[in-house]
Structures are given as structure tokens and as C-alpha cells.
Design a protein around this ligand. Sequence first.
Ligand SMILES: CC(=O)N[C@H]1[C@@H](OP(=O)(O)OP(=O)(O)OC[C@H]2O[C@@H](n3ccc(=O)[nH]c3=O)[C@H](O)[C@@H]2O)O[C@H](CO)[C@@H](O)[C@@H]1O
Ligand SMILES: C=C(OP(=O)(O)O)C(=O)O
Length: 429
Amino acid sequence: MTAGQEVRYRIRGGRRLDGTVFIQGAKNAVLPMIGASLMASEGRTVLRNVPIIEDVRRAVELAQALGAKAELHEAERTLVIDASTLSSPVLPAEIAARFRGSFLFVPALLHRLGEAVIEGVGGCNLGSRNLDFHYNGFKRMGATVTEQMAGDDGVIHIKAGDLRGGTLYCDTPSHTGTENLIMAAALAHGTTLIKNAALEPEVLDNIAFLQAMGAKISGGGTGFITVEGVDGLRAVEHTVMPDRIDAGVFVMAAAITGGELNLVGAALEHLGVAGDKLEQMGVEFHQQGAVLHVRRDRPLRPINVITDEYPGFATDLQSPIMAVSCFADGPSYIYERIFDGRFKLADELRKMGADIEVNGNRAKVLGATPLRGAEVEAHDLRCGSALVLAGLAAEGETTITSAYYLDRGHAHTAERLSQAGADIEREVG
Ligand SMILES: CC(=O)N[C@H]1[C@@H](OP(=O)(O)OP(=O)(O)OC[C@H]2O[C@@H](n3ccc(=O)[nH]c3=O)[C@H](O)[C@@H]2O)O[C@H](CO)[C@@H](O)[C@@H]1O
Ligand SMILES: C=C(OP(=O)(O)O)C(=O)O
């Protein structure tokens, strides 16, 4: 899949899903791990259960552009990285601007090459997405951050100097902010305390990975993380945790079609409040070891959702639940607290017949409205997964354009849904 190619999904709705689905490895865990693996100056890192998503392909291209050897073995879902040859500090815009996780490469560049040059940082266009917690943390550790204009675009130079530990904080518990500050502290001189650190399971998986590499990190999951700097990190093997957002979307695929799925690798605990809200809507869960059995065979009830950091209702599941709410019997209320640009989905769902009122970062979904197939656009990754859900339950054919966004974060979507009985195809070109 090359830049500029159009990806579309075509779905003929109305089929009840039934079967077994394998939950992919977590996008938001593997991306910081690829960044962290570049901190090992010798040896080969082996990451297993790697999701075959576009963001991972971009991360591999970026690692290669920086001089590392990175091989993605797609059939084996395994990534092998040899970062001994890392040589360029420049995150080139043509790759880095296509995914948010590119900024997670900065600590390795600071430690290994003494500087990072950021021509662009991408990710979903969700309104304002600042990076001040990251920059302020790097500065507190002794780095200098300067911005130069190149045409209309700013290029940011970070010079590491001699990074040393200190007291750092996130104003709000930023997911990638916490990961970047931990990675910057891991090889800095002395001890770092990070206050108001993120609690997401992917942050904890990344801490486990860094600890295996030899980093000294304590306090993960408490909001206060202490990192004692070490002299070097070694390349290790690690299995990426399952993707709780992918799991949540498949739970909702069962919910919206009145179906029944066995989700291999999904953990109800990792859904946080989203699991409770789905139960209130009428979804039944049975955790059977590493398999989450999910079923919905009663009418969907409406719901109130307030997005929050983990274990609150994940913002990445807010768009999907908006699609499910269209089928609930009564008004649902959604309050998006993390990102201010996530409601473009409402316009797309309206094209399918949804009745949604948006006021700032609050939305009221008036269910139940029967949705009908339409041509709709994925404005971001989770808008894409929500439209897939809507298409599965709508009458007739739905075409989702700009679906590269969906492929950024979900692997083999059409194959996995088809195996469970959906009528869905992916088209490129
Ligand atoms: C690659 C990755 O892991 N992406 C996830 C990560 O994004 P990301 O790490 O970018 O999200 P953050 O947790 O940093 O952002 C949360 C909020 O904090 C604000 N903020 C963040 C950093 C900063 O320096 N200044 C600032 O103001 C943001 O604008 C946003 O309003 O967490 C999000 C929230 O769970 C998820 O939707 C993304 O899927
Ligand atoms: C916002 C998201 O991702 P990113 O931070 O990678 O843009 C997402 O996964 O919905």
C-alpha cells in the first residue's frame, strides 16, 4: 500500500456475527517498543504478536530511514530490529507525519545520536494535539528545544546535551508523554520521578519491555514512576500485549449485530469502564481464560459515556460506541473529554440516517434509528472503525472511503469480520 492509494471498505449489512476472532497485538504498545528498541546499541530485538497495521509499516520504514535494520515478517507477526547502525537523527516528514507514534523515536535519537530533528509528527487529526509535556520534560532533563521555519513548516531540533534525571510531570496523564519521559530517563544520569504518569496497560507493557532491556523503573500503574538511569540497554525478545481497542471494536461488532463472538486474547479487565457501559447496554461477557466470550441477544439500552484516561472510558472507543448507540432504544449522551475533533463521525452517521445532535464536545444520539447503507468517509482511525460497525448493522451497502485511517490501527479487518459471517471487502486503488 503506497501513499496516495485510496482504500475503501464495502459492507453489505444485516448479518449476525458468530464465530471466533483473534485479537491483534496492541498498536499503542508496539509503537513505543519500536522506539525503545532503537536504544539498544547492539544485538537484535525480536517483537512478537506485532499487529500488521499501516502504523507498524510506517514505523519500520522510519527505523530504516534512521539507519537501523528492521525486518517485518508479516506471516509470523514478528519484527526483528538491529539498531547498531542507527545513524540519522532526522525524522523525515514524508514518513513521520503519517503516524503519531513517530514521536516515540525521539528518546532513542537523543541518547544514541545526541539530537533529534523533527520535520513532522502525524497521527489522527483529532483537533489540538500538543506535545508540550514531552518538550518540557526533555528540557527539564537538560535538552534544548528550538524551532526553525522551513517554508510553511516548523522543524524542531532537540539537542540532548547530557541528559540528567529530575522531577518531571504531565499536566494530564499523557499516554505517549509518559512513555517518552520514561525512555528519556532510562539512560539519563541519576534518578527521575514522573508525576501524574499514565496508567494505560500499554504503558505498563512498555515498562515491562524496558525492564527486560535492563532499565530500572518502578511505580508503573500508580501515577508516580521512578526511573534510575543505567549505562546501557540490551536487545531482548518480547510478546506485544493484545489490543484492547481492537477487542472493544469486536465486542461492539457482536453487540451491534445481535451476535456472539469468542475473542481470543481479549481481556475484559482491559476494557475498563467501557466493559461496564457495554454490559449496561445489554452485552453479556464471560471471560474464559484468555478468551472473552461476548453475546447480545436482548434489545440495546441507551447509555451515558464520559471519556477519560484509563481505566475510564477510552476515547478510542468513543466513536465505535456512538455507532452502537444509534441502535439503542432511547437517547444516549456522549461527552468527549480528551480530543476536541472526534465528532466528524456524527456527520457521516447522519448520511446513514442517524439522529445525532452535537454541541461542542457533547453529543446526544437519538436511538433507535434504522441505519441504511451510504457512501461515508473515515476522517480518522476510530471514525473508520465506527463506520464499519454502522455498516455491519445498516440495511444495504455502505462504502467507506479514506479507509487508510482504519488500516492505520486495525489488521485484517475484512478477513476477520468475514470469518465471523460479515459481508465485507477491502478495495485498493
Ligand atoms: C500512539 C498512541 O499511544 N496513541 C494514543 C495516545 O495518544 P497520545 O499519547 O497522543 O494522547 P495523550 O494521552 O498524550 O493526549 C491526551 C490529551 O492530552 C493532551 N496533551 C498531550 C500531550 C501534551 O504534551 N500536551 C497535551 O496537552 C492532548 O492534546 C489530549 O487532549 O493516547 C490517546 C488517548 O488515550 C489515544 O487516543 C491514542 O490512541
Ligand atoms: C488517536 C489514535 O492514534 P494516534 O495517537 O496514533 O493518532 C487512535 O488510535 O485512535
